[in-house]
Design a protein around this ligand. Structure first.
Ligand code: VGL
Ligand code: ZN
Length: 207
């Protein structure tokens, strides 16, 4: 059984959003097309409380891009984004949600960030996505969405570590590239961990 995980395709990560990922809008159509090839689809949703520790604004004198320690972990600081029950946390307009079987909220604990859809960044708490996929008999997981070098990467790495055959559909993802080369580095890191990098055109299941 195969499943698709659609990562964080939310307003704050597309044009006009607080943490807009370059080219992020393009994934809406691409993910819609990709979704048609799957029987089981889970989506992740970045869902932060207003006092979240990853927001630079919650650390006087700090700025987005700065590195701090949060809950004993290194934490990159971000603009305020994906605050619970705000427009920025809504899924992107035009994204087809009708076919989704599960939505996983992440980043809900103010004291720790959660890039992966499976665990927080300290691997302290599971979201339940891993158990859900196992219960559904999933052995192979495809990952697409935003952002390649953060939430897509960590979701794919955790999926692989949990024993799922894991493929990232590269053309259906876009990255932040905070430092140029971050996306390439993320691709390399995922490949090294046993994650396959594929393109949607090569999936062998034409529409
Ligand atoms: C993300 C930074 C902060 C992501 C989420 O979805 O990749 N990046 N929160
Ligand atoms: Zn976030």
């Amino acid at each position: 059984m195969e499943a698709l995980i659609v990562v964080d395709v939310q307003n704050d990560f597309i044009a006009g959003g607080a943490l807009a990922v370059p080219g992020g809008d393009a994934v809406i159509l691409l993910v819609n097309r990709l979704q048609a090839k799957f029987q089981l689809i889970a989506a992740t949703r970045d869902w932060h409380p207003p006092d979240h520790g990853s927001f630079a604004a919650n650390h006087p004198g700090k700025h987005p891009g700065d590195l701090i320690e949060l809950g004993g972990l290194k934490q990159t600081l971000w603009p305020v984004h994906c605050v619970q029950n705000t427009l920025g946390a809504d899924f992107a307009p035009g994204l087809n949600r009708n076919c989704w079987d599960k939505v996983v909220l992440k980043g809900t604990d103010a004291n720790i960030d959660s890039y992966s859809g499976f665990y927080d960044n300290g691997h302290r708490k599971a979201t339940g996505l891993g158990e859900y996929l196992r219960r559904k008999g999933v052995s192979t997981v495809f990952v697409a969405g935003l952002a390649t070098d953060y939430c897509v990467k960590f979701t794919a790495l955790d999926a692989r570590a949990l024993g799922f055959a894991t493929l990232v559909v590269r053309d259906c993802c876009r990255g932040v590239d905070l430092n140029p080369g971050d996306v390439e580095g993320a691709i390399h890191e995922m490949r090294t961990a046993g994650v396959a990098i594929v393109d949607s055109a090569d999936l062998g299941k034409p529409l």
